[in-house]
Design a protein around this ligand. Structure first.
Ligand SMILES: Nc1ncnc2c1ncn2[C@@H]1O[C@H](COP(=O)(O)OP(=O)(O)O)[C@@H](O)[C@H]1O
Ligand SMILES: [Mg+2]
Length: 242
């Protein structure tokens, strides 16, 4: 369970996130939808304990962000979009194992887990090859495996498909669906209503640092009398419903 309570972040005079609150129940997929600069990455970096909020807090699986950040780190997995950020000179296995060590796992445990993930994600052909020359899809699989090596119950994805081709995007979408089937709690950000519509139970629309709407997809359609979610999104960020 994730509860975000009046969370704000200022960078000097810029208000990146303006007192946002929302709740994501266990096992739900929550889509944080917004245009560039809306505050998505800032919000997710705060929840991932990578950035301190200016005010407000969040409670994640019962742990408070402000007072127990190290407890929260063990509960969450993080996957960011764009470049996978792997170490080119390390093999896929070594890249994943390194994150396992950072998360306090022992070597035996890590090896078993890497073998399991390698099977599930179909990485067996390249798991012991260096990552430098991998295709985008291969790199994304390694990044995915790395993000869940410690079997977190909560996943945070920041625009996980941005810059990926069609097949790599599918790998990510299937992965999110699989995690949902396993009962994981997921927040992912996107600027594509289409993507959010495919994967989410609930959506929060963020605009200029404010959550301007939070609802199920069905709830949004009912409230705005419009089937096309993209239209609703454009209307909300374009001021049509003000
Ligand atoms: N480290 C930073 N220093 C100054 N301003 C920042 C920093 N990070 C983000 N911002 C600003 O905060 C706002 C929200 O950014 P961000 O959270 O990255 O949005 P999004 O991920 O939705 O595109 C933007 O105006 C951005 O320029
Ligand atoms: Mg961003």
């Amino acid at each position: 369970m994730i509860e975000v309570i009046k969370l704000s972040k200022k960078f000097k005079e810029i208000v990146a996130v303006n007192s946002i609150s929302f709740k994501v129940d266990k096992g739900k997929v929550f889509g944080l939808l917004g245009e560039n600069g809306a505050g998505k990455t800032t919000t997710l970096r705060i929840l991932a304990t990578m950035l301190k909020p200016t005010s407000g807090t969040a409670v994640i699986n019962g742990y408070d962000l402000a007072s127990e950040p190290e407890k929260i780190r063990g509960e969450i997995g993080i996957l960011f979009g764009g470049e996978a950020g792997l170490y080119d000179r390390l093999t896929a296995r070594e890249n994943i194992a390194y994150f396992g060590l950072l998360n306090g796992m022992d070597k035996v445990e890590i090896n078993e887990r890497v073998d399991e993930l390698s099977r599930i994600l179909e990485m067996e052909d390249f798991i012991d090859r260096r990552a430098g020359k991998f295709s985008k899809g291969m790199k994304q699989k390694v990044a995915i495996a790395r993000s869940i090596v410690h079997n977190p119950s909560i996943m945070l994805f920041d625009e996980p498909t941005s810059g990926l081709d069609v097949s790599a995007t599918r790998i990510v979408h299937n992965f999110i669906k699989e995690l949902k089937n396993q009962g994981k709690t997921i927040i992912f950000s996107s600027h594509s209503m289409d993507e959010v519509g495919k994967l989410c139970d609930e959506v929060g629309i963020i605009h200029k640092g404010n959550i301007v709407e939070q609802s199920t997809l069905e709830g949004l359609r009912k409230k705005y009398g419009e089937d096309d979610l993209e239209e609703i999104f454009m209307g909300l960020v374009g001021g049509k419903y003000e």
